[in-house]
Design a protein. Structure first.
Length: 338
């Protein structure tokens, strides 16, 4: 039984998701005390409960302490059972973070799976649907599995109600190296609005254009969604490169000017493009687990986040496999296994 202090490292939901995925992959049970102890509101939130319920369902696991607000839990995995699953978060909690919890175990199962997940698809503190479809899954497909995700309905905070469908055809994982992102091919900035004033989209696009001044005017576009999906707003900044597509995002929040959110996201994209690295700040921690299960691999990235260092520490505890992070002469960071 592995014992984890949930306040260490990233101190939030990342610890829960990675621990559950690793338990399914290794068969090692774990217990967590002080769940999300590094957050202003510690304990399990609804999206964390759903993520662990999903892990328990696909992994035939027993899980105690699985209630909203719980500060302690124990997870005892069984065998991963592929199949068709439907998980409803019931809030705007992230559908992508539920995917993160069960994706790699199902990629290594002995038969295909289909997941239908309802909740938030475009909400703060989580990757949007486009990150899954355009950034993460295409990289993972290079390792062997076939992965397809579709967006049936947008889900914004606070309403939620989004719906995605993910099809997974498993395969043994082949180790890959992702060192160069290649030539920049195209950029796109989309401002999604639903049930809110349309001028918010214009303001976001103008702010992003000031930062990404070398992108052509036709790269910036507003997207009007049905008012019944709102209220909601998301800014999606996509950079398509030869070997990887990166997505940066920002989400409308009451009390924060649209221009500030857009400027921050655009600066984040500009920083990524200026780094020369393959993986941006959100892709980096998503690659650690599949690379670890492949047994080897390396990728260049921007400065490692606390999420990534926490994930690497958990991988080492469950598997004994160690990632190293080091900066190269060009200012990129290299994450490598071994």
């Amino acid at each position: 039984m592995i014992t984890i202090d949930g306040s260490e490292g990233e101190g939030g939901g990342q610890v829960l998701r990675y621990a559950a995925a690793l338990a399914l992959l290794t068969g090692e049970p774990f217990t967590i005390a002080n769940v999300r102890g590094g957050r202003a509101k510690p304990g399990l939130m609804r999206q964390h409960v759903t993520a662990l319920e999903a892990a328990a369902a696909v992994g035939s696991a027993e899980c105690s302490g699985l209630t909203v607000g719980s500060r302690e839990l124990t997870f005892r995995p069984g065998s991963v059972v592929p199949g068709e699953y439907h998980f409803a978060i019931g809030t705007a909690g992230s559908t992508a973070l539920v995917v993160q919890t069960v994706l790699v175990p199902l990629m290594l199962a002995d038969a295909p799976s289909r997941l239908v997940i309802e909740g938030g698809t475009h909400a703060a503190s989580a990757p949007p649907f486009e990150f899954l479809s355009q950034t993460l899954l295409p990289v993972l497909e290079r390792m062997g599995p076939r992965l397809s995700v579709t967006l049936d309905r947008h889900g914004f905070y606070p309403r939620g109600g989004g719906r995605i469908m993910l099809d997974i055809t498993p395969a043994p994982l082949t180790a890959i190296a992702c060192m160069e992102r290649g030539t920049f091919k195209a950029g796109k900035v989309e401002a999604l609005v639903a049930g809110i004033p349309f001028d918010i989209a214009d303001r976001e696009l103008k702010a992003a254009r000031k930062v990404l001044a070398d992108w052509p005017d036709d790269a910036f576009a507003p997207v009007q969604l049905s008012a019944e999906l709102g209220p909601g707003n998301a800014l999606l900044i996509t950079a398509e490169c030869e070997h990887v597509t990166e997505v940066m995002s920002a989400f409308g929040q009451i009390g924060i000017p649209a221009e500030r959110l857009a400027k921050t996201a655009a600066k984040r994209m500009a920083g990524y493009l200026g780094s020369g690295a393959f993986a941006g700040p959100y892709l980096q921690d998503q690659l650690l687990l599949p690379f670890a299960m492949a047994g080897q691999g390396a990728f260049t990235t921007v400065k490692p986040s606390e999420h990534s260092r926490t994930a690497a520490a958990l991988i080492a505890r469950f598997t004994g496999r160690q990632f190293s992070f080091g900066e190269d002469a060009e200012g990129r960071w290299l994450a490598s296994l071994g």
